[in-house]
Design a protein around this ligand. Structure first.
Ligand SMILES: Nc1ncnc2c1ncn2[C@@H]1O[C@H](COP(=O)(O)OP(=O)(O)OP(=O)(O)O)[C@@H](O)[C@H]1O
Length: 409
């Protein structure tokens, strides 16, 4: 993980300090001077974010980013992939923080608005981009409120679509506005950083692992705010994360990067449930089941989610009957049997049909089975020996036994 850029304005000039470089942007500075070669191209200016990126890093890393993407105009698109796959570099290209080679024919556009082409470069500080980094990067000598004012001064005031009071309410920061960043918890600082990014009136929000620096408890605190922000924002959000849980919870669309190339892209639910994608091979491959709470038993501390005429028991939390809930079920927590065994400790037994099966290339002792509970897909990771002994085949009806589930929302 590289350090996040620090952005400072001095005498009307924008300075970005990143990875040891201190780069000045001003009206007369067309591109930042970085020691790397970057070119960016768009296919057709159209709705959504259109980018074609070809970039080579000089020096030891020998990395090149080569992408051709048309990303949705709304909702959250997750950028997922191993460390060094180019996620941050892609965000930096979009933000105009990577230098484009002179004379290059490459482009970037958002909803038909050109930011970059062979003869045009919109300076970084003129791109309507809200950027949230792993570290909040608030100005330490300013209160939370003054940090927000700083963004408001920078904002495009012609068509303010995002209002201060709404942002303060959305991120629940009214009570901490008079505090200095040093007096805030990591989660509170990140909420202020998100508010600051929204108040510059961006047309796109770039979020680079905004939860990565927080411990698990703080992550759980801030996730609901992030989720509200993602659902309510009327602008597209590009969200970088290493956490499959976060991606499943927040992203409608996802792009998987590997070594600077697009490995897979598409609807999140479809991608993670399709055998053959990198997700189905993940150690923690999992699926999400959505439904409503149909029953609760406080004595046993359980709630039941109803979906597709079946129910799943889960540990009771703050949900009430009638609430919409999503459960995450990991493939390793599902076993299958040919009939219902009432004499086991497992509470959840769903009637399912085998939709697909795939051998694990890396581990020949295991098989991934794609199951359908009605129209809801589930993944079960079982031994190849069990699959053979039970004579499993596509179309067969089985009972899926679910050991444990995690509540997402
Ligand atoms: N300033 C730079 N000069 C040369 N190479 C760089 C520079 N910044 C990043 N790289 C290299 O570019 C590649 C992609 O880095 P990038 O930070 O975009 O990946 P990432 O997917 O965001 O990784 P992580 O998940 O660890 O943040 C890496 O190999 C990295 O070492």
């Amino acid at each position: 993980m590289r350090s996040s850029p620090h952005i400072v304005f001095i005498n009307g000039h924008l300075f970005v300090c990143c990875a040891g470089f201190f780069v000045q942007y001003s009206k007369t500075t067309k591109t930042p001077s970085l020691s790397r070669r970057v070119t960016v191209t768009v296919k057709q200016p159209a709705k959504g974010l259109n980018i074609r990126v070809f970039q080579q890093h000089t020096g030891q890393s020998n990395f090149s980013l080569d992408l051709d993407l048309q990303l949705p105009n709304t909702g959250v698109t997750a950028l997922f992939g191993p460390s060094g796959s180019g996620k941050t570099t892609l965000l930096r290209c979009i933000a105009g923080l990577e230098k484009s080679v002179k004379g290059s024919t490459n482009h970037i556009s958002l909803n038909g608005e050109l930011w970059q082409s062979h003869d045009f470069w919109l300076a970084s500080h003129k791109r309507p981009v809200g950027y949230v980094f792993q570290d909040a990067n608030l100005f330490p000598h300013l209160t939370a409120q003054d940090n927000l004012r700083f963004s408001i001064q920078r904002a495009d005031k012609t068509q303010p679509a995002i209002h201060y009071d709404d942002v303060v309410e959305l991120l629940n920061i009214a009570s901490i506005l008079t505090q200095y960043p040093g007096q805030l918890s990591g989660g509170e600082r990140q909420r202020v950083a998100m508010a600051r990014a929204l108040l510059i009136q961006p047309k796109i929000l770039l979020m680079d692992e905004p939860l990565a620096a927080l411990d698990d408890a703080l992550k759980q605190d801030i996730l609901p705010y992030l989720e509200r922000l993602c659902h309510r924002a009327k602008i597209p959000i590009l969200y970088v994360s290493h956490s499959l849980d976060e991606v499943i919870r927040l992203a409608d669309y996802m792009v998987v990067l590997e070594k600077g190339r697009v490995l897979e892209e598409g609807n999140t639910q479809r991608l993670i449930s399709t055998l053959g994608t990198s997700f189905a091979r993940y150690q923690d491959a999992s699926m999400v089941v959505s439904g409503t709470v149909v029953e609760q038993n406080t004595e046993w501390g359980l709630s039941w989610l109803g979906f597709e005429n079946q129910t799943i028991a889960f540990k009771q939390g703050k949900e009430a009957i009638g609430d919409s809930v999503r459960l995450r079920i990991q493939s390793r927590d599902i076993s299958v049997s040919l009939s219902k065994h009432e004499d086991s400790s497992i509470l959840n037994r769903l009637t399912v049909v085998i939709d697909d099966m795939e051998k694990d290339n890396k581990d020949p002792s295991m098989v991934m089975v794609r199951l359908l509970a009605g129209n809801t897909p589930l993944l079960a990771k079982i031994t190849a020996l069990s699959a053979h002994s039970l004579k499993l085949e596509k179309g067969q009806t089985l009972v899926a036994q679910i050991k444990s589930v995690a509540v997402l929302s």
